[in-house]
Design a protein around this ligand. Structure first.
Ligand code: ZN
Length: 413
């Protein structure tokens, strides 16, 4: 979707503000001779921004306002090296809550609802975003944070929670517990708002069926406010992204070329009105596509398709690019296998070959050996690789409240 006149003028203002602030990016833009944008062609010449910049600018190098205007910081988890710190102004915090409240509304949630929030509070943007949006909407927040499943279930029953907010892994864990304890008749849940990590249809169907709820994917990342910048509507045709706050592009992750609507690539986001830490053309490393045309629901916000994975989750086996989502799709076709799995990749020096090992969980209705054989054959026919496959019993693999690491690359260990 081409950048509009309105969006261009907002980006122009952002760039001028960034340059005047003297922050990390002001130097980069000055060196590149960028003073503003007036055409879509100017816009496409602005260099991408990336998480690596934010690490270089640690702790507050990307702040574009005076200290007195900053009311809060958040930090994104640093799995490698320094974390990233994002400063927010009062307006940023309000804008985020406004977008989040919109997400709840689009999902059909009303002030009558009771929203149980299981994502973490604190430096992480998750919990507090869900909470601020809930309060803006006027619903009742049950601010649980992660863990303590016993208490989660008790509150869910006693407070008659109607909406659960969780990662897909934690929603799955709760669904499994509710199923195991036979609590289904005691819960009043009607909707689930699930953080947009890539998750399989098998997992989605299990959670929806076991809890008897409608599921919505909410999108966001700490660098761009946090979760709540987009959500799918009841028509389930993709996630609406709020284009009055953000401009979204899809690029080829290898060449940086901007791709037309409908083509799959990496999501790049520009903040149009963010004050504390404005980001122009930020590479999210999330893979998706812009769905062409308009939604049957009548909303005109552009739509992103389900997140297919992350460009940095991609792994190569025998020189072939693979994504965890491909593994999930295969496992989803195998009877009795859960949606949790682990991929280990190693290199056999003697044979000079990469070895891929899949660990999957099965419920035992089908013989483990047969299940392993079945998975092996599917990999062979669909991806032309033959992994070794280990089957373990249900609930053996770790469940995580945050994003679960599934690919372990031991080559070079
Ligand atoms: Zn829609």
């Amino acid at each position: 979707m081409k950048i509009s006149e309105k969006q261009l003028s907002l980006v122009d203002k952002q760039i001028k503000r960034i340059i005047a602030s003297g922050n990390y990016y002001s130097e980069i833009y000055k060196k590149a001779g960028i003073t503003g944008v007036s055409t879509p062609e100017d816009f496409e010449k602005i260099p991408f921004t990336d998480k690596a910049d934010l690490r270089n600018a640690y702790p507050l190098g990307i702040q574009a306002v005076p200290n007195r205007d900053v009311v809060r910081i958040h930090s994104s988890s640093g799995t490698t090296g320094k974390p990233v710190i994002i400063p927010y102004t009062r307006k940023d915090v309000d804008d985020w809550a406004e977008m989040f409240a919109r997400c709840y509304e689009i999902a059909g949630i009303t002030p009558e609802d009771r929203i149980q929030i299981t994502p973490g509070y604190g430096l992480w943007t998750a919990g507090i975003g869900f909470q601020a949006g809930c309060e803006k909407l006027g619903a009742m927040a049950v601010p649980m944070g992660p863990g303590n499943t016993e208490k989660q279930l008790q509150m869910m029953i006693d407070l008659e929670t109607t909406v659960i907010c969780a990662t897909s892994s934690y929603a799955l864990l709760l669904a499994e517990e509710i199923n195991k304890r036979g609590l289904r008749d005691k819960i009043k849940l009607r909707k689930g708002i699930i953080g947009s990590e890539r998750w399989s249809d098998a997992k989605r169907n299990y959670i929806a069926r076991e809890l008897g709820i409608e599921l919505y994917d909410i999108y966001g990342l700490t660098e761009i406010y946090g979760p709540g910048i987009g959500i799918n509507c009841p028509d389930q045709t993709g996630m609406h992204i709020f284009d009055d706050y953000l401009y979204t592009e899809i690029i080829n992750p290898e060449t940086g070329e901007v791709l037309p609507d409908g083509e799959e690539g990496e999501i790049v986001i520009t903040t149009l009105v963010k004050e504390g830490a404005p980001l122009i053309r930020f590479r999210t490393h999330d893979l998706s596509r812009i769905i062409p045309g308009s939604c049957t629901c009548g909303r005109t916000y552009p739509r992103l398709d389900t997140i297919k994975g992350r460009s940095d989750d991609m792994f190569k086996v025998h020189g072939v690019n693979m994504f965890p989502s491909q593994v999930e799709e295969i496992l989803g076709q195998v009877d009795g296998v859960s949606s949790e799995y682990k991929i280990d990749i190693a290199h056999d020096e003697n044979k000079n070959r990469d070895i891929i090992m899949i660990t999957a969980e099965a419920d035992g209705r089908v013989d483990f050996e047969k299940t392993a054989e079945n998975i092996k054959n599917l990999f062979k026919s669909k991806l032309n690789i033959t992994p070794s496959v280990a089957i373990v019993s249900l609930n053996t693999l770790p469940r995580s409240e945050k994003k679960t690491q599934r690919v372990f690359d031991h080559r070079g260990d």
